[in-house]
Design a protein around this ligand. Structure first.
Ligand code: NAD
Length: 483
């Protein structure tokens, strides 16, 4: 084992990673993780692990991120208990063989069926910002699908990672589910191994590294990445409600959330009114005597001094004007910060901010807003605040994003049944609920061609004749409908 230089987390050695991989591979080959009863027991144990250690998880995330207990409870612990129980209630149905949508004859007499087979041993690599939910949620799908899994949480949340590593063997089958503690060299080593699926959540730079490593083994990958998700404020919406909802989405974990509204696009003559509404919402969240940095429940910390310095640098370089917040707690946190007069080519409009900053860019009209959105990489989500049906349709038709959320922020995450995922720079592959089960499942098609059908096959066999050629041409001459 080796020590992480930034913390006291003891990393696994390369030999230990290899041993874990070998152990889990053997388990998969034995078939132990396949029976539905086994999967059910492990899922229930996972639910128990989260429930029994609710406070321990909160404490760990306070130690690593100073994340408020309410935020850990809502978005990690409660979310996960719901997600596991949802999987427990449904996975047996998800795992049922499924008749293939095909010609009646092939379904009934050939029995064309899709069998749901576990892909094999999978690797789940997760980031520091929502470390519990982003590690365990994919695992729910892996267990439900019958796959052993290695989890590689982020080294930037050492207290959490150590806790998870300690809890796992107490609740789950250690021959099938393991936590690997490590940083870049350990993850690089793990990526050299042949996995049956890799599920990566994090930034797109590392996403490229993961996809390249997976490519060497032709391993399928899910990439859950980030991006600049805009909040577009049309003039017909209720500004007070829109501002409260945008600020709510912005301050979760101090803006270190993949689906946080990254910037706002507001009609030029409405910017002042929207800022006023944001100010009102801010004062509701932190009433007289309370403060985001020094109050009784401060906003989360910026994950580490390196990221903190990056954000302070952005604040120093922006051409925008801070109209609210902008207070800096050295090396730790930054208060929710609203900026106006932000040019389209500002530093805050470059990369994902991943910060408690809301730069507001003034637009001439909604077409201008769409042009700005479309000039950037495809975001994970677009938040549009309007009640105009025509405008909603315009955004649906003329923009691209992982999701489109109307009139709120981040609530797409509670819809377990709705597949979640990005496009382009915000990632590929979908997950959530049954879709996560599908991620780790191979849909194995099976047909059984009766020997009694032999007389129908005479035309396919040699010797090839003109008659047989004419028969073969039949489908190619099918009538193509007029437009
Ligand atoms: P991070 O630094 O913790 O990295 C994520 C994982 O990648 C960690 O486990 C880390 O050990 C590993 N890693 C880092 N460098 C590596 C390398 N060179 N080779 C191999 N592995 C490496 O987290 P992060 O990337 O800063 O996470 C924040 C990003 O994740 C943001 O862009 C955010 O938008 C995105 N994100 C996306 C989602 C989503 O669901 N789409 C959810 C959360 C976060």
């Amino acid at each position: 084992m080796s020590l992480d230089s930034e913390s006291t987390l003891v990393f696994h050695t390369m030999e230990e990673i290899d041993q874990t991989y070998a152990r889990l591979t053997k388990t998969f080959q034995s078939g132990a993780t396949r029976p539905l009863e086994y999967r059910r027991r492990q899922l229930l144990q996972l639910a128990r692990m989260i429930q029994d250690n609710h406070t321990a998880f909160e404490d760990a995330l306070i130690a690593d991120l100073n994340k408020p207990r309410v935020e850990t409870t809502v978005s990690e612990v409660s979310h996960l208990v719901t997600a596991v129980l949802y999987a427990v209630a449904n996975f047996e149905e998800w795992a049922l063989p499924q008749p293939c949508e095909t010609k009646e004859a092939w379904r009934s007499s050939w029995g064309a069926t899709l069998y749901k087979e576990p892909k094999g041993v999978v690797l789940i690599i997760s980031p520091w910002n929502y470390p519990l939910v982003l590690t365990i949620n994919p695992l729910i799908g892996a267990i439900a699908a019958g796959c052993p899994a290695v989890l590689k949480p982020s080294e930037l949340v050492p207290t959490f990672t150590q806790l998870l590593a300690d809890l796992f063997p107490r609740y789950l089958d250690p021959d099938a589910y393991a936590v690997v503690k490590g940083g870049v060299p350990e993850t690089t080593h793990a990526l050299d191994l042949r996995w049956d699926h890799i599920f990566y959540t994090g930034n797109s730079r590392v996403g490229r590294i993961v996809a390249t490593a997976a490519g060497k083994h032709l391993t399928p990958v899910t990439l859950e990445l980030g991006g600049k998700s805009p909040a577009v404020i049309a003039d017909d919406c209720d500004f007070d409600i829109a501002a409260r909802r945008v600020l709510y989405g912005k301050i979760q974990n101090a803006g270190q959330l993949c689906v946080a509204p990254d910037y706002a696009l507001v009609l030029r003559d409405k910017v002042d009114a929207f800022v006023e509404s944001l100010r009102k919402a801010h004062d509701e969240f932190w009433p007289e005597g309370d403060h985001p940095l020094t109050g009784s429940v401060p906003i989360s910390n910026i994950v580490n001094p390196r990221h903190h310095a990056r954000l302070v640098d952005l604040l120093n370089r922006t051409k925008g004007k801070v109209v609210l917040g902008g207070e800096i707690h050295k090396d730790k946190s930054i208060s929710p910060t609203i900026l106006t007069g932000v040019p389209e080519d500002d530093v805050l409009m470059d990369e994902e901010n991943f910060a408690p900053f809301l730069p507001i860019v003034a637009v001439d009209d909604m077409d201008h807003a769409m042009r700005i959105v479309n000039s950037k990489h495809i975001p994970l989500v677009i938040y549009l605040f309007t009640n105009q049906e025509e405008l909603k349709d315009k955004f649906l038709e003329r923009t691209r994003s992982g999701q489109l959320v109307l009139n709120d922020t981040i609530m797409q995450l509670v819809v377990h049944e709705m597949p979640f995922g990005g496009q382009g720079e915000s990632g590929y592959g979908m997950w959530f609920g049954k879709t996560t089960f599908d991620v780790f499942t191979h849909f194995r098609g099976v047909i059984n061609v009766p020997t009694a059908h032999e007389p129908f096959f005479q035309s396919r066999y040699r010797p090839y004749t003109q008659d047989k050629y004419e028969w073969a041409c039949g489908p190619s001459r099918a009538k193509i409908p007029e437009a």
